[in-house]
Design a protein around this ligand. Structure first.
Ligand SMILES: Cc1cc2nc3c(=O)[nH]c(=O)nc-3n(C[C@H](O)[C@H](O)[C@H](O)COP(=O)(O)OP(=O)(O)OC[C@H]3O[C@@H](n4cnc5c(N)ncnc54)[C@H](O)[C@@H]3O)c2cc1C
Length: 490
């Protein structure tokens, strides 16, 4: 029987479906401590971080995300003894564990480069004190051993991955929330979190009411699964509203929700109400999340490289003026600007909006896609290393998109999914007096009179340049529906 063990929390801020916690309980310890590091790799950059050199970086996480993480920690701190440490994990954690007489530390295995570097450094430093770091898989729908291929043979196309897992693997039932030995909460931690939270600005009035924490996340899932999910497939490409998409992403990203628990709830909702294309589509999207996790695991450093998985040598621009125009929502393309202003103000924007702005960034501004990904990292309330960098790779044409060069026409997209222009008007006060279709791309004199900027690039010309440059780097556009030969060196 172990005396005292600890759970090192990272992106798993919950008690349900927590394999590391369940493993710790099997050792029948007298006390279980929970510990979170207010430092790298989530809160700030540190010695093992990939620090992007994009202009004007100050904070690693946005205030919206900081609030969400703190709320999630508070939810836990009120239920279990939680200690918050500061500094580099491989220094702070071993020192604390040794001083506390901790006999083993349990955590969830991460797959991305920086996270792994930290886990390895912590493991080595703990070894000096004879304290083992025991890592378990969590935070995914499948365990690596369930996958019908080794990680190194992960399919290069999502569709292939999806077909294989759907055909051969069952999502395991989530582990229940365990009953823990009765232990008083750590009042100092609670006080620290509450004081820090009090200093943060409240949620923006136009933001979805994100509230961090396992309980809040579970409540929202249950609510969404009584109504919104049944029309998800038809509404998911919209730009705003409470139920057009699930808004589960921040809870999944910090691990307040386990994807297996969400999946189990989805199956329950299908039984209780009905299964339809929309309920399937939510699972489909969770599979995208899953795919990017394993892609990050497979590709290590290349997941973050300029040439991406394809090692394409593209002359990405590093133009700070264009970058700033994009960041500030001043590109002169109303749908792009609305999305970028929403992102900056709330820490969230819809999937369709993310695709449009990432496409504009890489196919029209032709800026180094890593600047865009890094900026998203510092802003998103739901930042997730695998989903963010995996989607950016995909949008930049250096990831796993079989079509290679894909682009979005921002005006067409706005007409399709912001049918009355209300999303643009919501975020761009300069254009508030305009109705559709004029609001999608106002004429130059109107822009001047409304103090709305001229387009920073000509859409057609910039796209033609990017397209030509891209296909030259790839050495030829594939004919017909022939898929691009994805990885030329494999
Ligand atoms: C450039 C770019 C960057 C992105 N960065 C992130 C990120 O850092 N964190 C993040 O969680 N998602 C990211 N996404 C994916 C997607 O945009 C968000 O997951 C989604 O918009 C969150 O809203 P939702 O929870 O309402 O999603 P829903 O549409 O309701 O989908 C349900 C869940 O499925 C998953 N999901 C949906 N679409 C995707 C996708 N394309 N890739 C991976 N998972 C998906 C998410 O976990 C999501 O919560 C990014 C997409 C793009 C194009």
């Amino acid at each position: 029987m172990a005396d005292r063990v600890a759970i090192w929390l990272l992106n798993d801020l919950r008690l349900h479906d927590h394999p590391a916690l369940q493993a710790a309980l099997k050792a029948q310890p007298q006390r279980i401590e929970f510990v979170y590091i207010w430092g790298p790799p989530v809160i700030s950059w540190g010695k093992y971080s990939y620090i992007p050199d994009f202009p004007g970086v100050e904070r690693r996480i946005s205030l919206a995300r900081e609030r969400f993480v703190l709320e999630s920690l508070l939810d836990l701190a009120r239920r279990v003894p939680l200690t918050i440490l500061h500094g580099e994990p491989d220094e702070a954690l071993p020192a604390w564990a040794a001083a506390q007489g901790i006999s083993a530390i349990y955590a969830h295995k991460e797959w991305a480069v920086e996270e792994q570097a930290y886990q390895q450094a912590v493991e080595a430093a703990l070894r000096q004190h004879n304290i083992p770091l025991l890592l378990y898989e969590g935070n995914a729908l499948y365990e690596s051993a369930q996958l019908p291929f080794p990680i190194e043979a992960l399919p290069l196309l999502f569709t292939r991955f999806r077909q294989l897992v759907e055909r051969t693997v069952q999502v395991k039932a989530p582990l229940p929330e365990p009953s823990l030995p009765s232990q008083p909460p750590n009042s100092e931690t609670i006080k620290w979190i509450e004081e820090r939270l009090a200093q943060l600005p409240p949620l923006h009035e136009k933001s979805f009411p994100f509230q961090g924490g396992e309980k809040a996340g579970q409540q929202w899932v249950k609510k969404y699964f009584t109504h919104g999910v049944f029309t998800y497939k038809e509404t998911r490409n919209s730009f705003y509203g409470e139920t057009f998409s699930s808004h589960f992403s921040p809870w999944l990203a910090v691990g307040c929700l386990s994807p297996r628990w969400v999946y189990a709830q989805l199956r329950e909702a299908e039984k209780a109400v009905r299964a339809n294309d929309s309920t399937y589509w939510l699972f489909f999207e969770l599979l995208w999340r899953e795919y990017f996790r394993w892609l990050g695991a497979r590709w290590g450093r290349r997941f973050f490289a300029a040439g991406g998985l394809r090692k394409l040598n593209l002359p990405w621009r590093r133009d700070e003026t264009l970058f700033r125009a994009w960041v500030e929502g001043q590109t002169g393309y109303p749908i792009v600007d609305a999305a970028m202003r929403e992102l900056k103000t709330t820490g969230w924007t819809s999937n369709r909006a993310r695709q449009i702005v990432a496409s504009f960034f890489t196919k029209n501004l032709f800026l180094d896609w890593r600047w865009g990904a890094a900026y998203f990292e510092t802003q998103l309330i739901d930042y997730d290393v695998y989903s963010n960098w995996g989607n950016w790779l995909y949008q930049a044409g250096v990831g796993t998109d079989g079509r290679g060069f894909r682009w979005f026409d921002p005006v067409r997209q706005a007409k399709l999914y912001d049918t009355d222009g209300s999303y643009i008007r919501l975020w761009i006060p300069e254009l508030r007096s305009l109705s559709a279709p004029r609001v999608y791309m106002p004429e130059p004199p109107l822009r001047r009179s409304l103090s709305y900027p001229m387009p920073v690039v000509d859409w057609q010309q910039s796209l033609a340049y990017a397209k030509d440059t891209y296909w030259r780097a790839v050495k030829g556009e594939p004919k017909g529906n022939q898929l691009l030969k994805l990885f030329q060196d494999e």
